[in-house]
Design a protein around this ligand. Structure first.
Ligand SMILES: *Cc1c(COP(=O)(O)O)cnc(C)c1O
Length: 377
């Protein structure tokens, strides 16, 4: 099945009881048993809910994994995956990971004895140097946020296998429409489904897909034990979003290429970060492992003051955190999404005060470019 078809026909399709072509929202917490233990696969909705189950089957199908799991947010999904580890275990992560991932690793999970090291995973030898005796996993984000760095998933997964480590990939930016890390050797793929998968800025959710039954059992155990599940209504909204994921990713891609061309040619933009640019250091790897370069672009306008001026004038790009929705969004990472990273560390990473990040939506590209032109003038 080709990807566009899978978005519509993957997972569980419709409702066999009524013929409804949309999965019903099973707004229910418990299920009648015909005798003790005599249930129809569902006992209690933290453990399993038919609407959530349909979403979990669909995302497993799209990511080409063995099983999927839906959580109440991307951070709940990430935390649940980290709960696979024990006190004393160590994880190597991409250095410019999502701010919330950095925060949970260094302010919460560290207190439970889960250790982490953040390195530039776009450099394989840097990953290898960070591996310790107690390392259990390599955690990648590619492309990264907001500098759009690219890690070679296959090479990192091979390195992980050599050291008997799990490879975990946050695939939020690329989505399974463009990139399927399990195919490149990843063991666990996760998402903030709040972004492209939901796609309409109306739901907060997280998804996890694993590549083996053994991992499926372990993640389900954590999901059921810690309880950070996604509710039925939000599960339904994600399935609705997924139906147009391919169309939205294609439209976003087209718009983004046009906007990047415009930004690259603009005199008051000093630097443009986008994996689709031929001068991006890992452009070839991005091309190899992903069908598209996505809708996230960062560019430097020089200073926080200049960024503030642009925000005053811009109209179609909404100033907001988050990304990956139908409407275009703009943000200043140093003051917003990455404010939880200490200033010193931000500087090390290259997240300057004049760095602006856009998430390109599916409006008409001409309007978006006109808007940027006016704001940058
Ligand atoms: C937003 C985001 C998260 C966190 O997800 P929430 O749904 O906000 O909890 C994790 N990773 C990436 C790459 C994100 O963009």
């Amino acid at each position: 099945m080709k990807k566009l078809t899978k978005m519509i026909h993957g997972g569980i399709v419709g409702d066999e009881h009524t013929g409804a072509v949309s999965i019903p929202v099973y707004q229910v917490s418990t299920y009648k048993q015909e005798g003790i233990g005599g249930h129809k696969g569902f006992e209690y909705s933290r453990t399993g809910n038919p609407t959530r189950h349909a979403l979990e089957e669909l995302i497993a199908d799209l990511e080409e994994g063995k099983a999927g799991f839906a959580f109440g947010s991307g951070m709940a999904a990430i935390t649940a995956v980290m709960m696979l580890f024990n006190s004393g275990d160590h994880v190597v992560l991409t250095d410019d990971v999502y701010g919330g991932t950095y925060r949970v690793m260094t302010k919460v999970l560290n207190r439970l004895g889960i250790q982490s090291t953040f390195v530039d995973t776009s450099n394989l030898s840097t990953i290898e140097e960070a591996i310790q005796e107690n390392t259990k996993a390599i955690y990648l984000e590619t492309p990264t946020n907001p500098l759009l760095k690219i890690t070679d998933i296959e090479a990192a997964a091979n390195l992980a296998k050599k050291h008997s480590l799990l490879t975990i990939v946050d695939n939020t930016f690329s989505t399974p429409y463009w990139q399927t890390p399990i195919r490149q050797g990843a063991d666990i793929v996760l998402h903030s489904a709040t972004k492209y998968i939901g796609g309409h800025s109306d739901v907060v959710a997280g998804l996890v897909v694993v590549n083996s039954s053994e991992l499926a059992e372990r993640v389900h155990f954590v999901q059921n034990s810690t309880g950070g599940i996604l509710g039925p209504q939000d599960s339904w909204l994600l399935m609705r979003g997924i139906k147009t994921l391919g169309l939205r990713m294609e439209a976003t891609e087209k718009n983004t290429h046009k906007i990047v061309d415009f930004l690259v040619g603009h005199k008051s933009v000093s630097k443009v970060y986008y994996p689709g640019l031929e001068n991006h250091p890992n452009h070839e790897i991005a091309k190899k492992q992903s069908g598209g370069f996505g809708g996230m672009v960062s560019f430097d306008v020089g200073s926080a003051e200049r960024a503030a001026e642009i925000l005053e004038k811009i109209h179609y790009f909404t100033l907001a955190e988050s990304l990956g929705a139908v409407e275009s969004l703009i943000s200043v990472p140093a003051q917003m999404t990455h404010a939880s990273i200490p200033a010193e560390r931000r500087k090390e990473l290259g997240i300057t005060d004049g760095l602006m990040r856009i998430s390109v939506g599916i409006e008409d590209a001409d309007d978006l470019i006109e808007d940027l032109k006016r704001a940058l003038s």
